[in-house]
Design a protein around this ligand. Structure first.
Ligand code: SER
Length: 342
């Protein structure tokens, strides 16, 4: 008998970290993880099996297939938007071929145990591309089908993988026998920038917000790599994990779409700085825009319309901008670094 499990790829990343903690608190399901690096010591005991390896290693996926019955996949592994611009071909391999490997893995799992495998995919605001700041200001909140013309390799990869997921959902081997038809139940969230109190991101372009906060808590000066007026949507990590689990557990019949926007607040970089200074009054934060990273963030929308997620599966972020800082980030980050907040 193979054992039923949840599979999480990229489990050592920021979302994986929050997701494993939440699943552990909620009911301790059996979790198998794949990550290039060993998990943090705090997470190791919370998973049934930790595999250190690559999602490009199909032998590794075959071994999981032989041993476990996977009902749900959280495919979080990816090379983020800034790092992807330094190694675009590698980003494509990891982000697209890796996702194809996982979709194919989920299909085979479904064929072997006869149920559809729920496949959660973190897409991104990077799937959007606005041509200039004037357009960005004019269009404001964008809906899922608008401005799907990304400018980064990462954004192109995310947008294309949304389509791959749609294919596996509805059209897989549409000319073949009925028994081979789609066994993947693909569900994607276009995440805004995420801010965690427990981890710092690496290789993303929305990283300026979490970097600013964590640097202030460590008592280090920070030169923000975007202009003060830069505005994109953000969300606190607990709400992002909550959204992922709500979508994972939603009845398929209530889901009108495969891909949903979500957001919680959309401060400018200057507004983030002012809030950080309330919590850490001595913080030294300056602005030294990096033109290339600025261009990426300028192409992302200043806000997204998440009405469909609220209507279809009850998206309900608990933190607004102020409470994300005062109730979540300040107390937790200060405790983490042993610093005091007023
Ligand atoms: N936050 C990610 C990044 O900045 C986007 O998904 O790359």
């Amino acid at each position: 008998m193979r054992k039923p499990v949840v599979l999480i790829t990229g489990a050592g990343g920021e979302i994986g970290h929050g997701l494993i903690e939440r699943l552990w608190e909620e009911g301790r399901p059996a979790i198998i993880t794949i990550d290039l690096n060993p998990l943090d010591a705090s997470l190791g005991p919370k998973v049934a099996r930790e595999l250190v390896g690559s999602i490009l290693d199909t032998n590794l996926l075959e071994r999981i297939l032989a041993e476990y019955e996977v009902d749900m996949v959280f495919h979080l592994a990816a090379i983020l938007s800034t790092r992807g611009e330094f190694t675009p071909v590698t980003a494509h391999q990891v982000n697209v071929e890796g996702t194809l490997n996982l979709l194919d893995f989920a299909q085979k799992q479904g064929e072997s145990h006869g149920r559809r495998v729920v496949f959660l995919y973190p897409s991104s605001i990077a799937a959007y591309g606005l041509p200039d700041l004037e357009t960005k200001a004019r269009v404001g909140r964008v809906k899922e089908h608008e401005w799907n013309v990304p400018t980064t390799m990462y954004g192109c990869n995310k947008l294309y993988c949304e389509h791959l997921g749609r294919y596996y959902n509805h059209f897989y081997k549409q000319l073949a026998a009925e028994t081979l038809s789609g066994k993947v139940d693909f569900r994607a969230i276009r995440f805004p920038g995420l801010i965690s109190a427990d981890t710092v991101p690496s290789g993303g372009t929305s990283d300026f917000a979490p970097e600013m906060i964590h640097a202030a808590a460590r008592g280090e000066s920070y030169a923000c790599f975007v202009r003060p007026d830069t505005r994109i949507p953000f969300m606190a990590m607990p709400d992002a994990v909550d959204a992922l689990l709500r979508l994972a557990r939603a009845e398929r019949t209530g889901l009108r779409y495969n891909v949903y926007n979500i957001t919680a607040f959309n401060p400018s970089a200057e507004e983030i700085r002012e809030l950080v200074l309330e919590g850490f009054p001595g913080a030294e934060i300056t602005f030294e825009p990096d033109l290339k990273r600025q261009a990426i963030v300028d192409s992302w929308p200043e806000d997204v319309d998440d009405t469909a997620a609220r209507e279809d599966w009850g998206l309900a972020p608990g933190y607004d901008l102020r409470s994300a800082f005062t109730e979540y980030l300040f107390p937790r980050i200060a405790a983490r670094y042993g610093t005091a907040t007023p």
